[in-house]
Design a protein around this ligand. Structure first.
Ligand code: HAM
Length: 420
């Protein structure tokens, strides 16, 4: 064993389990690709100010969880704790938001970094697949994103997840609510830090998980009673559209998210088999974010689904994804000349698009056949001394165990026809 270990709060994705992660990413990406979202990739780090301004100075993400560092050139950067602000930064920088081009619909997949206290489902390095629709205020866009996330979870076979939906209002009605909530919070018996939070970011207090705080919050004013007419109408339309699509959701008037950029529609996907880290995904509208980072008004909406937690949710429901073996043919040479011939055949098969692997390291028949089994290959090709003399190779069907001798020169064509 090496003297080094993966850093605290991280883990390695190793084969064969890693195939499940790839399949989850693909299952989330497929409905997006199918709905006009283009792939975007941004750097793993950004100017720290992008997150301070975008995600919010008083959020846990910015105050406690960012990996911040200074480069030799003196730039202050942060490993990205999320990718919505970077995506918007990239879209603005590349001028993708020209009129006529809106909404800009993009999806991404990648690592995120948050210095959190590690526990099951909560890591310091984790992975998200996300989607952002930038530059349009249209309830159908909010609905589209919720429907697509629901579709990808269903395609994975997940059933025990719930969608929580809320509206956080806009710059008209939220301040009125904020003041009312602050008045209410000032009258409670709260510790000093929570009272401080109530002054800076009162909505976050609603998210306090401590039972004694939750009990006091039972009669807290709710944003839904303060929504202005425009927000109410917008929210009603989102609800109607997703209902018409057959998506089941729960209204959660206390749902607030841990990022400050949200306005109007907010939602979270929670899974009931995951214990305390139950949010498998979340998102919402962020109509003011572009202006917060120096851009024009670009009302937008998006979500990110956590790949790590989605894999845990699959485990919790006992779902094993049907991942076909990557290898179709496994070649087993016995002896030096057989090695040269079979290696050439494997290369030819690969060139022709057949997934093939080879027994390396001069293994004997028994060990090599074990490797062939492990590879999940449909066929093994065995070439021994006697076969060489006869100009044939043994083609073994790994499922039925049936073995046929095929001419060395015919084997590639034979395999191609058998594998369709
Ligand atoms: P978020 O709710 O902070 O939203 O993260 C989205 C998902 O990432 C969570 O629901 C969870 O599954 C996963 N996640 C977050 N932190 C961790 C962690 N420490 N370990 C494992 N998984 C984690 C955002 O990031 C927003 N950018 C989403 C968004 C996109 N809003 C609009 N557009």
């Amino acid at each position: 064993m090496s003297t080094f270990k993966a850093p605290k709060g991280t883990y390695d994705l190793l084969p064969p389990a890693s195939a499940e992660y790839l399949a989850v990413r693909e299952a989330i990406a497929a409905p997006l690709r199918n709905s006009g979202y283009g792939y975007i990739e941004t750097p793993g780090f950004e100017n720290v100010e992008l997150f301070a301004r975008g995600v919010g100075e008083s959020t846990d993400i910015v105050t406690k969880e960012m990996y911040v560092f200074e480069t030799k050139g003196g730039d202050r950067l942060a490993l990205r704790p999320e990718t919505t602000a970077p995506v918007l930064r990239a879209v603005l920088e590349a001028n993708l938001h020209k009129a006529g081009n809106l909404p800009v619909k993009v999806w991404y997949s990648g690592s995120q970094y948050r210095y959190e206290r590690p526990q099951k489902g909560r890591y310091r390095h984790f992975s998200q697949v996300g989607a952002e629709a930038i530059g349009a205020e249209d309830p159908a866009l909010d609905a589209e994103l919720i429907i697509l996330a629901d579709q990808s979870y269903r395609a994975l076979g997940l059933r025990n997840f719930r969608i929580l939906l809320n509206s956080l209002g806009d710059k008209e009605c939220r301040p009125v609510y904020r003041a009312a909530l602050q008045d209410f919070l000032r009258g409670l018996d709260l510790d000093e830090e929570t009272l401080r939070r109530a002054e800076i970011n009162p909505l976050r207090v609603l998210d306090d998980k401590r039972p004694d705080v939750q009990k006091q919050l039972a009669d807290a004013p709710l944003l839904r009673d303060y929504l202005c007419d425009a927000c109410k109408t917008y929210h009603e339309e989102v609800r109607e559209l997703i209902t018409a699509a057959g998506v089941v959701f729960e209204d959660d008037p206390k749902l607030v998210r841990g990022l400050d950029y949200y306005t109007r529609t907010t939602f979270e996907f929670v899974h009931d088999g995951l214990g305390s880290q139950s949010a498998v995904g979340g998102g919402g509208r962020y109509d003011g974010l572009s202006e917060m980072i120096g851009g024009p008004s670009l009302p937008s909406v998006g979500w990110a689904l956590g790949v790590d937690r989605t894999v845990l949710a699959l485990e919790a429901e006992g779902i094993r994804l049907d991942i076909p073996s990557a290898t179709s043919v496994f070649a087993v040479p016995l002896g030096e000349e057989a090695r040269r011939i079979l290696f050439a055949k494997v290369t030819e098969l690969r060139k022709n698009g057949v997934a093939a692997d080879f027994s390396y390291g001069g293994k004997g028949l028994k060990a090599a056949m074990k490797a062939a089994n492990r590879s999940g290959a449909r066929y093994a090709l065995v070439l021994g001394e006697r076969d060489l003399a006869e100009g044939v190779v043994q083609l073994k069907d790994m499922e039925s165990g049936e073995q046929t001798a095929i001419g060395v020169n015919e084997i590639v064509a034979e395999l191609e026809s058998r594998l369709g």
